[in-house]
Ligand binder design. Sequence first.
Ligand SMILES: [Zn+2]
Length: 91
Amino acid sequence: MSRPSDESRVPRRFSLEGRDPQKWQQVKNLKLRRDPICQIRVKCQGAAASQVSHITPVSGGGSPYDPDNLRSACRACQQWTIRTASLRVHP
Ligand SMILES: [Zn+2]
């Protein structure tokens, strides 16, 4: 069910657009160390987080590196936010 190719296929447009990938990696690792448990919890009940997503999407004016605009997410919840975000951006 979880294919390794999913990650690179789905969020590329969202994860790299307008961002420094190296800096993002740093910010992301820091966030995951601070909050290792999923903070979205629409698809889980507090699973281990492996992703970091923006509370306010960068495309919607959110700050890409501000810790206050970040939340840890498990894979399932991250997929969910990407899907809802893309629905919002492209109705
Ligand atoms: Zn989750």
